[in-house]
Write a protein that binds this ligand. Structure first.
Ligand SMILES: [Zn+2]
Length: 263
């Protein structure tokens, strides 16, 4: 991809990888990193709302959810990386236009690019980071109200179709505060209900049930859906339930630093 022209000083017209070399200030690196930090979870959340939810793709569909989630993470990293570099270059241009001849601010020399190889590096690095931080690719898809949700981690056995006992509710509340409601990810509930999975009304002969922690709001919505008042295809999006795996590290600048200082 052709790089936008800048008024920054060129160190070399080309480097040995065909990537133009520019000078970028530390402040512009900070601005670019912040934009990437915000863009990554925002893109993942947007994909949930405008793509997966209308297509009725939930995290509980085997294989499809993992493949879709992997593509969503790769797309979000690419968008965040391009936004990050673009914001950095825009800020750099702004700084240059305001700089005076007497300006002695320090600059560092970094090579940036939007090349497919670099974008591939950002994607692989972000995918590894996502997994190390505990992310599951399928969990970036919306939750079904009738199956284990995007935040389903730990469950407890359900003995029949009865409600959870007092002791089980206490245990489920502990799980809910740690992992969040299994459907929406909320950790702010005062207490959590024991959600039968599969639900009692959808239980097939011989199937075993478990309890997952579920917040009051999701429990009410699920109750309405099961009673047939609303669409059975309704999914729960959770764009604002952020976890550590939503953290975007500034991979473009990390690669720049590697090229600058290690190669
Ligand atoms: Zn919930």
């Amino acid at each position: 991809m052709k790089l936008p022209s800048l008024n920054t000083r060129s160190v070399d017209s080309k480097d040995n990888q065909g990537t133009p070399v520019k000078l970028i200030s530390l402040r512009s690196v900070g601005v670019g990193s912040l934009v990437g930090f915000c863009t990554f979870p925002a893109t993942l959340g947007t994909l949930q709302i405008v793509l997966f939810s209308p297509l009725r793709l939930s995290c509980s569909i085997p294989v499809v959810s993992s493949v879709s989630g992997t593509l969503a993470v790769a797309t979000s990293v690419t968008v965040a990386s391009i936004a990050s570099i673009s914001a950095s270059l825009f800020y750099q241009r702004l700084e240059n236009s305001l700089a005076t001849k007497k300006d002695t601010r320090k600059e560092i020399s970094l090579r940036y690019s939007f090349s497919p190889v670099d974008l591939g590096f950002y994607t692989v690095a972000a995918g590894i980071t996502f997994k190390i931080a505990g992310g599951r690719f399928k969990s970036v898809l919306p939750s079904s109200f009738f199956k284990a949700g995007a935040f389903a981690h730990s469950c407890i056995p359900a003995k029949g179709q009865m409600y959870a006992t007092k002791k089980e509710k206490w245990l489920l509340t502990s799980l809910g505060r740690k992992y969040g409601c299994h459907t929406c990810g909320s950790r702010r509930s005062k207490f959590y209900f024991g959600d039968h999975i599969p639900p009692n009304t959808l239980l097939r002969k011989g199937e075993q049930q478990v309890f997952y922690p579920q917040c009051n709001q999701c429990s009410s919505l699920q109750g309405g859906l099961l009673s047939g008042n609303k669409s059975n295809f309704k999914l729960k999006t959770h764009a604002l339930s952020l976890r550590l795996y939503h953290l975007y590290l500034p991979f473009p600048f990390i690669l720049m630093a590697i090229r600058q200082f290690a190669i």
